[in-house]
Design a protein around this ligand. Structure first.
Ligand SMILES: *Cc1c(COP(=O)(O)O)cnc(C)c1O
Length: 518
């Protein structure tokens, strides 16, 4: 082969990627110093980079694939600078957007250790201790949320994948024909049907599309005024579909919806599913871990009755991305969804009692996602998590009270650690079509400016057509002071945006109001 010099590989390879222990130590210490400094400086940095995609792309530059190498020291320095100066920091105390948490610092160190040992957690023989640590982590997660310890489980990249795993286990378990051999095409024209509320996270759209059921397979059940699945409608719909000869197979409940943190009436849904022989899956990606609270919301208890549950350690367990976890009550049903035959080249993995995770999920080669979770669970225990989660919820409740009391803010919903509200200028009366349209525009622009300001990071929800600001606190760094600062920041920006944006037709309104108040 061209480029091969036998001398260079004769006794000891001198591969360009190799690094001696001394160099690794020096680079590692320097990087750890840099990261420690970064973590300490977070509160004084802007939450978001205030740069457009075009600007960020320009800073990175667009050079072609490097032909030759660059010194590692220089590269680590450059990468640290790029990331620390041009990122959105979900580890910042004032990050309250989406459902994304700061990474536990111990988890970051765990990732370094995991990558250094680099076990392949697809097969036990490739990752003896790591596979056992993953199994233990899964058992602890089950215990934490009140699910059977003996359940099957697997760590995946996130909530979406964990929900996919539950979905696939349900489909395989409930199809009354040989799905594996004959595929989806052969259910005699009877449509498979699953039930979910209109507040369900969009993983479900991906699932029915990717796995061949199609969007029409979802029977959308409306949400009640608290944005929880309407069980009366669920019952009626299942009955009607069965009467038509369709194949209902699965009901999905959400423990903590993305928009408002609502918890579906899980015990009641469980009973309906049982009555009709359907698989009951709970999407607890956001709220599942709140079941650890001694005074957990009553509805969460139904989670223990589910056939499968998805939770997201990279949310309320504060694990560095990525980590999702699927739990399936009947571990044989989980394995049955993913394992068919073992190819000849995997014979070595069939040792007695060896737990091969590739048989329990969609992935084959798998990283050591469990370590960061396992370390954090041991670092703070059940007690530490219960405290952090309770505090996050308390902060959201406090924010909700502040918004309620503020004459320029209108509070909407508060569920788990989510609070939704909007800015309403004092002189505008919400309710008419015209004012509502303007308030949506105003709050949309306000949110954009808030995100660009770097002062705090919120995202949005839409309830009954109203565009709302939404704070979701899954952040062990957020303090009461951060929460108390929010209304002032938002009303200040709100006034600025209102002054610039209000159409003349709504302005006259204001003049009248100002006159009458003076
Ligand atoms: C976050 C979330 C998901 C998706 O999880 P990812 O980790 O982003 O894939 C699904 N459902 C709910 C309720 C969520 O909060």
């Amino acid at each position: 082969m061209e480029g091969v010099e036998p001398d260079r590989i004769a006794d000891r390879r001198s591969a360009p990627l190799e690094m001696g222990p001394e160099e690794f130590r020096a680079l590692g210490y320097r990087l750890v110093d840099r990261v420690a400094e970064f973590l300490g400086s977070l509160p004084s940095r802007p939450v978001s980079p205030r740069e457009s995609p075009r600007e960020v792309r320009a800073i990175l530059g667009d050079c072609p694939l490097p032909e030759r190498g660059t010194a590692a020291e220089q590269l680590l320095e450059e990468a640290a600078r790029l990331l620390m100066d041009h990122s959105l920091f979900n580890g910042h105390p004032r990050f309250m957007g989406f459902i994304t948490s700061p990474a536990a610092p111990l988890g970051a160190l765990g990732e370094l250790l995991a990558a250094a040992v680099n076990p392949n957690c697809g097969g036990w023989v490739l990752s003896p201790m790591a596979s056992e640590i993953e199994a233990q982590t899964i058992r602890w997660i089950a215990e934490m949320i009140g699910y059977p310890r003996a359940a099957g489980g697997v760590l995946v990249t996130g909530g979406t994948m964990a929900n996919f795993v539950g979905f696939l286990a349900a489909r395989k378990a409930k199809a009354d024909w040989d799905l594996r051999t004959r595929g989806l095409a052969s259910h005699d024209g009877r449509p498979l049907r699953l039930y979910a509320s209109t507040e369900t996270h969009t993983w479900i759209h991906k699932a029915v599309d990717l796995f061949g059921l199609g969007l029409d397979s979802i029977a959308w059940i409306s949400a009640d005024s608290d944005l929880r699945l309407n069980t009366t409608e669920l019952r009626e719909r299942i009955r009607a579909d069965k009467a038509k000869g369709e194949l209902p197979f699965m009901v999905i409940g959400t423990a903590g919806t993305v928009s408002t943190g609502a918890i579906d009436p899980l015990p009641e849904i469980a009973a309906i599913a049982r009555e009709h022989g359907l698989w009951f899956h709970v999407d607890g990606a956001y709220g599942g871990f709140a079941a650890v609270l001694p005074d957990a919301p009553a509805g969460l208890r139904g989670l223990s009755e589910a056939d499968s549950v998805a939770v997201d350690p990279h949310k309320w367990l504060y694990a560095p991305l990525e980590a999702g976890c699927a739990l399936v009550r009947d571990r044989h049903a989980l394995r049955g969804a993913f394992t068919q035959h073992t190819p000849a080249y995997y014979r070595m993995l069939q040792e007695e009692e060896a737990l091969n995770f590739f048989e329990y999920g969609p992935e084959n080669s798998r990283g050591f996602r469990a370590l960061k979770i396992w370390l954090a669970l041991r670092q703070v225990g059940r007690e530490g998590y219960a405290r952090m989660i309770a505090e996050d919820i308390h902060l959201a409740e406090t924010l909700h009270e502040l918004a309620t009391a503020d004459p320029e803010l209108q509070a909407f919903r508060q569920g788990l650690s989510i609070s939704t509200f909007r800015y309403v200028p004092r002189d505008l009366e919400p309710g008419t079509e015209k004012v509502e349209a303007y308030l949506n525009q105003l709050n949309g622009e306000l949110l954009f400016r808030l995100q660009r300001s770097g002062e705090a990071f919120l995202t949005n929800a839409v309830i009954d057509g109203a565009f709302l600001l939404r704070a979701c606190i899954v952040n062990f760094r957020t303090s009461l002071a951060d929460i108390r600062a929010l209304p002032g920041i938002i009303t200040r920006l709100g006034r600025e945006v209102d002054a610039a944006l209000r159409p003349a037709s709504l302005r006259s309104h204001r003049t009248t109001a100002e006159k009458s108040s003076s």
